[in-house]
Design a protein around this ligand. Structure first.
Ligand SMILES: [Zn+2]
Length: 66
């Protein structure tokens, strides 16, 4: 997944520019599926919150833009 234009982090509002690292989270709401973007800091905070802190951050919510 590559950003074509800047997005705001859904959690802290920081602007994520194309080419920057970010996290993407798929969620469901009553209207259907949503994909929200998180800055790296918030993705890491979410990972910690979910308890996935021990895998060195190799996989999961944080994607590296191509
Ligand atoms: Zn953030």
């Amino acid at each position: 997944m590559t950003l074509r234009r800047p997005h705001d982090c859904v959690r802290c509002g920081k602007t994520i520019d194309p080419g920057e690292e970010f996290g993407a989270v798929d969620v469901l709401d009553p209207a259907g599926e949503l994909r929200v973007l998180l800055c790296v800091d918030c993705a890491e905070a979410l990972r910690t919150f979910l308890g996935g802190t021990d895998n060195g951050g190799a996989d999961g919510a944080t994607e590296t833009p191509e």
